[in-house]
Ligand binder design. Structure first.
Ligand code: DC
Length: 227
């Protein structure tokens, strides 16, 4: 049997982390966990309960409710990946909206939120055989991961990818607004006090601005063969 490893993929928003992670999980028959979806689901919960709006954030109210936020991933055979459920409801689509993207960096800067989600992530990966993507996977969640990837791409390329994704889903979005959100989130995520987005010392950096999805996969897959 092949050796099971932990693969940590971190990087800026919309760098294609989840595309790569899904490809790797499928090829290796590993579990894939999108930790951004977990932060997004907590953000959706905060929005639905009016704990956060564009100009207010009652984070103590959110902190009090954290034990009542139950997140699950359930594999969807048709889609080929696991969808996220918030207190029993499938919120996979809802969490991808620009409205959630605009609030998620504020919610993910709260230490008690991070503590809760990191514990759940470590539990999911305790038997290895996992590909996890996020911002702090190689630095905080699995500092001993056998393979750490840090993904970057120019802000324009990333905003265009996110814009096309939302347009394909039928959302009515504006490119400039998406670009602004991508740049703002990068800044907030990499300057927050708790677990900021930084490249782990032993991570391999991939700039995929001009790299095809297939070429990127082949490059990483060959790294795994040599572990
Ligand atoms: O990967 P994503 O763009 O869906 O993530 C949404 C936000 O969640 C991101 O802007 C920051 C936060 N996040 C985080 O703080 N830590 C993680 N491990 C994953 C995401």
């Amino acid at each position: 049997m092949e050796k099971l490893i932990t693969i940590a993929i971190d990087g800026f928003s919309s760098t294609g982390k989840s595309t790569l992670a899904k490809q790797l999980a499928k090829r290796l028959s590993y579990i894939y966990v999108d930790t951004g979806a977990m932060y997004r689901a907590v953000t959706l919960f905060a929005m639905e309960n009016k704990f956060i709006t564009s100009d207010t954030f009652y984070f103590e109210k959110l902190e009090k409710e954290l034990p009542n936020i139950v997140l699950d991933f359930k594999f969807n055979i048709d889609l080929g990946f696991a969808e996220i459920y918030l207190n029993g409801l499938n919120v996979e689509n809802k969490i991808r909206s620009l409205a959630v993207s605009k609030q998620v960096s504020k919610v993910s800067a709260i230490s008690s939120v991070r503590r809760k989600l990191v514990i759940e992530q470590q539990e999911m990966g305790k038997n290895k055989g996992i590909v996890m993507d996020g911002r702090d996977i190689g630095t905080v969640v699995f500092p001993d991961a056998e393979l750490k990837i840090f993904m970057t791409a120019s802000a324009d390329v990333r905003a265009e990818r996110r814009y096309n994704e939302l347009i394909d889903k039928g959302d009515n979005v504006n490119y400039e607004e998406i670009l602004k959100n991508v740049v703002e989130r990068d800044l907030l995520d990499s300057t927050r006090e708790d677990s900021p987005l930084i490249k782990a010392k032993d991570a391999i950096e991939i700039d995929n601005s001009d790299l095809s999805i297939e070429a990127q996969f082949d490059q990483i897959y060959s790294l795994i063969q040599n572990i």
